[in-house]
Design a protein around this ligand. Structure first.
Ligand SMILES: *Cc1c(COP(=O)(O)O)cnc(C)c1O
Length: 404
């Protein structure tokens, strides 16, 4: 019989060198006979100490252990350890949402007078956070064309402290050269931060490509089933410690219940990302051949400008694509409104396929000029391909497309 207490001492080091699939199921696990199949949810706000001396040592940071769940929680810790293992990072800090992760990274790493270079095609709320709040505290922010290395280089200044991007981008699926950008960041003495929400570590591990920090919205594919809000920051101990400092003081930590849901999500992450990618590829090929479709933006298609780079950096092409219908907003809306199964929502990373018209939703507040510059035409539709049968997804889209 296995003696679990003895087992735990060497268990995580036994996992060193294990593959992604194994770490996704076993990483961070604390083994007891009771929790071998279900990690416990530690629904507790606080913890007790053996003695006054122990309490003092814990508060002074001289002894390891839990103090208060805004600082650490065993269920959350298991999630952090598992995600760190999957991203190939030293440490991870879990947060209450993806935006809390981005907020904590920005606040912990930047100060008044610093310059932040950000890809122009990042998540809308990220730009809102930077513009409305970071700028207020004296951080200067400039936007860059994600795929134009010369643009990044030419905008570096003496006070540039951070480069921030997502790859592939939403909704055009443009692919950043993460290795080249990490060299540019290093030469400038700046941190390269990659929002890896669209790929997840099952597809892309930015730290191995030279990124300094990875941020996540766990709300999307890590949960993958539309249930919980959460986020995370992964990277070297030294940087993550700074992020943890902000989380402890400001409080946007992950709840133990959500951590438990995300742990279960990680166990099936690779299988799901493979299924999302397979469905997206099949849909992209079908759309590409459809007479009422003008262009398809999916980095899995050989003619896509980012295909070669995606093939080098990613093990799969992911679940999100966009396409332009022949016509304009009226035709695009007709396709959306003709769907009966596909969900009309701007969300992504769910088992359910979703469709959105970026020009009037996620990118609706852009002035026409800006929207055109960003490559978002009113004929563009974005689909986050789910796990339904591909024939049914195609049939639902065909209803509108065939009638155009
Ligand atoms: C959704 C999303 C976020 C924000 O995450 P929340 O969990 O909604 O706060 C950040 N980045 C990307 C790429 C996203 O899709």
């Amino acid at each position: 019989m296995k003696d679990f207490s003895e087992f735990n001492d060497r268990y995580q080091s036994d996992l060193d060198g294990c593959s992604f699939e194994t770490l996704a199921v076993r990483g961070g696990q604390v083994r007891t006979p009771e929790c071998e199949h279900g990690e416990p949810i530690f629904a507790t706000s606080s913890y007790v100490f053996n003695s006054a001396a122990e309490a003092a040592a814990r508060f002074a940071g001289e002894s390891e252990g839990n103090v208060y769940s805004r600082y650490t929680n065993p269920t959350v810790r298991t999630f952090e350890d598992r995600l760190a293992a999957l991203e190939g990072g030293e440490a991870c800090a879990a947060t209450s949402s993806g935006m809390a992760a981005i907020y904590a990274v920005a606040i912990s790493q930047l100060k008044s007078g610093d310059h932040l270079l950000c890809s122009a095609s990042v998540f809308g709320s990220t730009i809102k956070l930077f513009e409305s709040y970071l700028r207020k505290f004296g951080v200067d922010i400039e936007y860059v064309d994600l795929v134009d290395l010369d643009d990044w280089k030419s905008k570096i200044r003496d006070n540039t402290k951070m480069l921030f991007l997502e790859s592939p981008s939403n909704p055009l699926n443009e692919v950043a050269d993460i290795r080249a950008l990490s060299k540019i960041a290093k030469a400038a003495g700046a941190l390269l931060v990659v929002d890896n929400c669209f790929c997840t570590p099952a597809i892309q591990q930015p730290l191995s490509l030279g990124a300094d920090l990875v941020v996540h919205s766990a709300t999307k594919y890590i949960d993958g089933q539309g249930r919980c809000m959460g986020g995370a920051v992964v990277g070297p101990e030294e940087q993550v410690e700074k992020v943890v400092g902000v989380l402890r003081s400001a409080g946007p930590t992950m709840s133990p219940f959500n951590a438990w849901v995300f742990l279960k999500g990680l166990e099936t992450l690779k299988l799901r990302m493979k299924a999302h990618s397979d469905n997206a590829m099949a849909l992209a090929q079908w759309l590409d051949a459809h007479p009422k479709v003008k262009t398809v933006n999916y980095c899995g298609l050989p003619q896509h400008a980012g295909h070669k780079l995606a093939t080098e950096q990613q093990s799969m092409y992911g679940g999100v694509l966009s396409f332009e219908v022949v016509g304009g907003q009226e035709e695009a809306w007709k396709v959306v409104d003709a769907t009966r199964m596909i969900s009309i929502t701007a969300n992504l990373g769910d088992t359910k396929t979703t469709i959105t018209h970026p020009g009037t939703t996620t990118h609706g507040r852009l002035a026409e000029e800006e929207r055109k510059k960003a490559g978002i035409s009113l004929a563009l539709l974005r689909v986050a391909v789910g796990l339904e049968n591909i024939d049914d997804i195609r049939r639902d889209l065909a209803r509108g497309l065939d009638a155009l």
